[in-house]
Ligand binder design. Structure first.
Ligand code: NAP
Length: 330
């Protein structure tokens, strides 16, 4: 099969595309013919060694990308043959495995291949994994978002987009999104945000308070160090702020008394560390929203497998929209 590969044993982190043997599914595994591979920040960060790296079963080589969608074409022992031919979306393909989704095939445990309804495109399936599960977990860390006011920072990002759509689907009382400009505002509005505010403008806190006079109860926060002051200015007593992103410079100053006086919880999450039961709950809630037609893709930026390196670069440079590798595109 054709695969994009990088070295995990001290060699180059650059991607090269070449033929390698097609893997067979092991016990409890399925093999998936990939239609679309989704690219997320975690994929280039892992490739560049900024996060933990997976195994070296491919002789020190790693196929990147956790997310993807395709069709099951082989099953290992212990897996029902009824799964053959099933359309699926994938999670954690490259987590602890060399077989990420930037290839014609991947093999992974069958519970990481989730049925994809016929009405959902492979592009949508490949957009779910990391972003939608992160959004689902953040939204429900302290009970369901139903009836609560939610603020999604970075509402045009992959996680932000999924968080807005899931919050809407799960009947949040009001969804406010923050963005940096008009193009991203349009995307957040399209996803279903009730109010969209430019966080770079001086009156951002006033605009959020106008929209949610009783305060924000749940924050899905992409930049806690930059936004904590704004978040606390608009938080309701007892609010929960869930921070899911960090860069090398994100060191937050925590105003202890302000958080304490309003009983505010500041939480952090990393999807790879979410307990199995909570991950399954996030998968189930994402699947329910998907089945109801409540999830959509951001505008697609499509690359071929031969352009895998350019796809990673696009995500690293903050591409607006969803970057995917289309395995049918040559
Ligand atoms: N903890 C986890 O398990 C987990 C899971 C998924 C993703 N992540 C991390 O979360 C981050 C976002 O992932 P993603 O896939 O959603 O990336 P993305 O699609 O690039 O979206 C990030 C968004 O955040 C916005 N943003 C940046 N600074 C902001 C600020 N101060 N306030 C509000 N919005 C801001 C960006 O737009 P502007 O710069 O134009 O505002 C952009 O729209 C990445 O660092 C990723 O590694 C972590």
């Amino acid at each position: 099969m054709l695969a994009a590969l990088y070295s995990t044993d001290g060699g180059s982190p650059e991607l090269e595309v070449r033929e390698i043997p097609t893997p067979s599914p092991g016990p409890g595994q399925v093999r998936v013919r990939i239609a679309i591979s989704g690219v997320n920040p975690t994929d280039w960060k892992t490739r560049k060694g900024l996060t933990g790296r997976a195994g070296t079963a491919l002789g020190g080589l790693q196929i990147p990308n956790q997310d993807g969608a395709g069709t099951i074409d082989a099953v290992g022992s212990g897996v029902s043959t009824e799964r053959l031919g099933q359309r699926v979306w994938l999670l954690f393909a490259a987590h602890g495995s060399p077989y990420g989704t930037a290839a014609e095939y991947t093999v992974l445990p069958e519970n990481r291949a989730i049925p994809l309804p016929d009405a959902a495109s492979f592009e949508l399936g490949a957009s779910l994994g990391v972003p939608a599960l992160t959004a689902a977990y953040c939204l429900a860390t302290d009970g369901a978002p139903e009836g609560r006011t939610v603020l999604v920072s970075g509402g045009a990002g992959a996680v932000g987009h999924a968080a807005i759509e899931l919050a809407r689907f799960e009947r949040a009382a009001k969804v406010v999104a923050t963005v940096s400009g008009p193009q991203k505002a349009a995307l957040a509005t399209q996803a279903g945000a009730d109010t969209v505010v430019n966080y770079r403008e001086a009156d951002a806190a006033d605009r959020i308070r106008e929209a949610v006079p009783t305060g924000v109860e749940r924050f899905v926060e992409v930049a806690v160090a930059a936004n904590l002051e704004l978040d606390l200015a608009v938080a309701a007593p007892g609010a929960v702020i869930v921070a899911y992103a960090a860069d090398s410079t994100s060191v937050a100053q925590v105003p202890v008394r302000q958080l304490m006086a309003a009983n505010i919880a500041l939480r952090f999450m990393l999807l790879y560390m979410v307990p199995a039961a909570d991950l399954q709950a996030a998968i189930d809630r994402t699947s329910a929203a998907l089945a109801a037609g409540a999830l959509s893709t951001l505008p697609i930026q499509r690359f071929s497998l031969n352009q895998a390196a350019a796809a990673h670069d696009a995500v690293e440079q903050g591409a607006v929209g969803k970057v995917v590798i289309d395995l049918d595109q040559r």
